[in-house]
Design a protein around this ligand. Structure first.
Ligand SMILES: Nc1ncnc2c1ncn2[C@@H]1O[C@H](COP(=O)(O)OP(=O)(O)OP(=O)(O)O)[C@@H](O)[C@H]1O
Length: 480
């Protein structure tokens, strides 16, 4: 999947389900975005079932999709279905056919499923929505204690080291320490020690003077200087290369920074919070992390337990993430069925809170009713690790046989380890549609004409769907 969008990003994004991944593509604020397999499309979807120029997304308003005489067609399924009137709208593969969309509608391009939704604050640098600013969830007794300790540490200037598996909420806690500290009005600067190569990182951290190296036409302050009066969050501090470990030690000891090419050190007033998912004590023993730096950064070490060890946090986290995902789709909050809740409670959550957030986004995208059920959950959660591997292997085999030519997408994956394949998404959609038909027939006492009316389809279509889904023709309980 590639992207050639040049216009400034708007407030919407397109989520594309292809292969086993969900990928997110920011959409421009206005104009038309061509979707297709061809290199000249604004948003490339590299899949054999998608035509070179498949469809155009018109950002309107109103938001619309137009099929460009694609080989396999464009189908729109309404994202929200009320109990009174459920509908399946299909846009025929004719050029010029335009269909108005609402956020959350599922667009099928060949075998690819895509959904337009509001942009969220899932990644760094994204806009921050009100929920993101809400206080962190800490219902579990161990988490309550941890947040109390963090609150006390926030009052002083002692360096804090946050430990815990990936996605447990180390950055969330670091922000909370800053927010509760006397420096709350100062900046909170995130320094990703793993994200930058050594030489670039040095310039980023310490800044440089004019003429320090070729291309340094202007002097620039480093991140430590930018954090003046506030907090510097050193994420993945265990990844810091050895030469920089020494320089960081000097900053911590002397509270000064020396810009690259600079002559005199500059004083900085910064509070340091570090985070790592590595066992730094082991790294110290192995000689890969400086012992003196370790003691400096871990004035107070706080370990955040993995999500599986704090079940009391689960309900509130789920509610928050579901609400957040619904907000992006402009829909009222959904409920989790008891079975879905039970499944969430037994999952091991190797990706911790981040995995849970992705799982709730996934479920909200798939759920067209008012209750999230087990089939809406990502396969890894729904089936557990081993079953997921088996299902994936099956899916890959089926793809080979069919020669569908589906490739994993190359955009930013939302949840690669737990993403749904197209077959899974289709199966979930079919299961939902089947259930809708059963419910409608039930409400109408088996009266097919009335059930068809309620579903917004013709009686003939209803009868053929009954055949497709292997449902028996109901006995009339009322007059037809
Ligand atoms: N206690 C919490 N309350 C609400 N949301 C949380 C909480 N903990 C984590 N999250 C959410 O989970 C996601 C991951 O959190 P965060 O980035 O803080 O984890 P991390 O431990 O720093 O991850 P990594 O190890 O990958 O850097 C974020 O979207 C964050 O908002």
């Amino acid at each position: 999947m590639g992207r050639r969008l040049s216009a400034s990003a708007g407030e919407l994004e397109l989520v594309v389900a292809a292969g086993t991944e969900l990928t997110v593509h920011p959409l421009p604020a206005s104009g038309r975005v061509t979707l297709g397999r061809g290199a000249d499309c604004d948003l490339r979807i590299d899949d054999a079932s998608v035509s070179r120029r498949h469809a155009v997304l018109d950002l309107g308003p109103p938001l619309r999709i137009e099929d460009l005489a694609s080989a396999n067609g464009t189908v729109v399924r309404k994202g929200r279905e009320s109990a009174e009137r459920a509908e399946t709208n299909e846009l025929r593969p004719r050029s010029g056919a335009v269909f108005e969309l609402t956020l959350g509608d599922r667009i099928l391009l060949g075998t690819i499923v895509a959904v337009v939704r509001r942009r969220g604050a899932a990644g760094r640098g994204g806009q921050v929505d009100p929920l993101e600013r809400a206080a962190p969830v800490a219902q579990d007794p161990a988490m309550k204690r941890l947040y109390e300790d963090a609150g006390r540490a926030a009052q002083g200037t002692i360096s804090v080291l946050l430990l815990g598996e990936t996605g447990v909420g180390k950055e969330v806690l670091a922000r909370e320490i800053h927010r509760r500290s006397p420096r709350a009005k100062g900046p909170f600067v995130v320094i990703d020690c793993a994200g930058l190569a050594g030489s670039v990182l040095e310039g980023e951290l310490f800044g440089h003077e004019r003429g320090a190296f070729t291309g340094a036409t202007e002097a620039r302050a480093g991140l430590f200087e930018l954090a003046e009066g506030g907090t510097a969050f050193l994420d993945e501090i265990g990844e810091l290369p050895a030469p920089l470990q020494m320089k960081l030690l000097r900053v911590l000891e002397e509270r000064t920074v020396m810009r690259v090419g600079g002559r005199a050190p500059r004083r900085v007033d910064v509070r340091f919070v570090g985070a790592t998912n590595r066992d730094l004590a082991v790294e110290v023993e192995a000689g890969t992390f400086r012992r003196d730096l370790y003691y400096r950064v871990s004035g107070m070490a706080l370990e955040i337990p993995p999500l599986r060890a704090r079940p009391a946090d689960l309900p509130e986290l789920c509610a928050r993430f579901v609400e957040e995902a619904c907000m992006k789709l402009d829909r009222p909050p959904l409920r989790l069925s008891e079975q879905a809740q039970a499944r969430l409670a037994t999952h091991r959550w190797p990706g911790n809170v981040r995995e849970l957030r992705n799982a709730m986004e996934h479920a909200v995208l798939l759920c067209s009713g008012e209750v999230i059920e087990v089939p809406h959950l990502p396969p890894a959660v729904r089936l557990g690790g081993a079953a997921e591997r088996a299902e994936r292997a099956e899916g890959e085999k089926a793809e080979e046989v069919e020669g569908s030519g589906m490739h994993p997408s190359k955009g930013a994956p939302v949840n690669p380890p737990s993403g749904a394949s197209v077959q899974e998404l289709r199966a979930a959609l079919d299961a939902m549609e089947r259930q809708r038909i059963i419910d409608a027939l039930d409400r109408c006492g088996g009266n097919q004409t009335r059930a068809a009316e309620e579903l917004g389809i013709s009686r003939r279509t209803l009868v053929s769907r009954l055949g497709e889904y292997g449902l028996p023709r109901p006995r009339k309980r009322g007059a037809e």
